[in-house]
Design a protein around this ligand. Structure first.
Ligand SMILES: CC(C)(COP(=O)(O)OP(=O)(O)OC[C@H]1O[C@@H](n2cnc3c(N)ncnc32)[C@H](O)[C@@H]1OP(=O)(O)O)[C@@H](O)C(=O)NCCC(=O)NCCS
Length: 171
């Protein structure tokens, strides 16, 4: 089976926050950030699978910090694990300080994409081989998150969610 590393599909998108993209407090509108993250994640999923990809689920979003108008926002999208046809994409969002140019983490999110053929049928994707410690940590936890997402979507019986049960029930 073909394999790829996270760095082969990593996608980095840097853009400004303009006034038309903000809420009444002059901070980036949440839906605008979701759309930007969706676009970056879809590019990472497409680079990994080299197929048409569709968003299957937004598993987690944490709007930890407001992003003020005028900010330079960088979204880093990385495939954290590939399953059969689905891929988990981890998104880290950074904002850049104007004077020092140092960047600080503003938000993060996790999306699931599915690779499909021309008729929207799921197709297999290459396996992901994590390299760094962070990539390995995210890879390990991804199956648990997939099971949680499937249970919440009503697509998996909780009694089959082995990874989730292992979190709460000791042997
Ligand atoms: C995503 C889609 C192709 C999945 O089709 P499906 O008939 O449910 O196919 P399957 O049940 O075989 O699932 C395909 C994969 O998606 C995964 N999946 C489906 N729903 C999921 C969810 N809510 N969370 C996590 N993974 C999910 C399955 O586990 C499976 O993964 P695997 O092949 O790696 O094991 C289909 O639901 C679809 O086309 N949705 C619309 C996509 C779209 O338009 N997105 C933009 C929204 S505006």
């Amino acid at each position: 089976m073909e394999t790829r590393t996270p760095s082969e599909s990593r996608t980095i998108v840097t853009d400004l926050v303009l006034p038309s993209e903000t809420n009444p407090l002059n901070n980036l509108f949440g839906g605008e950030l979701l759309a930007r993250m969706d676009r970056a994640a879809s590019i990472a999923a497409r680079r990994h699978s080299r197929r048409i990809v569709v968003t299957a689920s937004v598993n987690h979003v944490a709007f930890n910090r407001a992003v003020p108008v005028g900010s330079v926002v960088t979204i880093e999208a990385t495939v954290s694990r590939a399953f059969k046809s689905s891929m988990e994409i981890y998104l880290d969002v950074w904002i850049e300080d104007r004077e020092s140019r140092s960047r600080s983490k503003a938000n993060e999110a996790i999306y699931t994409f599915v690779a499909v053929d021309d008729t929207n049928r799921p197709v297999e994707v290459p396996c992901l081989v994590p390299e760094s410690d962070l990539e390995k940590e995210r890879f390990e936890a991804a199956l648990r998150r997939k099971q949680l997402s499937l249970v919440l979507a009503g697509k998996m019986d909780p009694k089959d969610a082995t990874e989730l049960k292992a979190l709460f029930i000791a042997d």
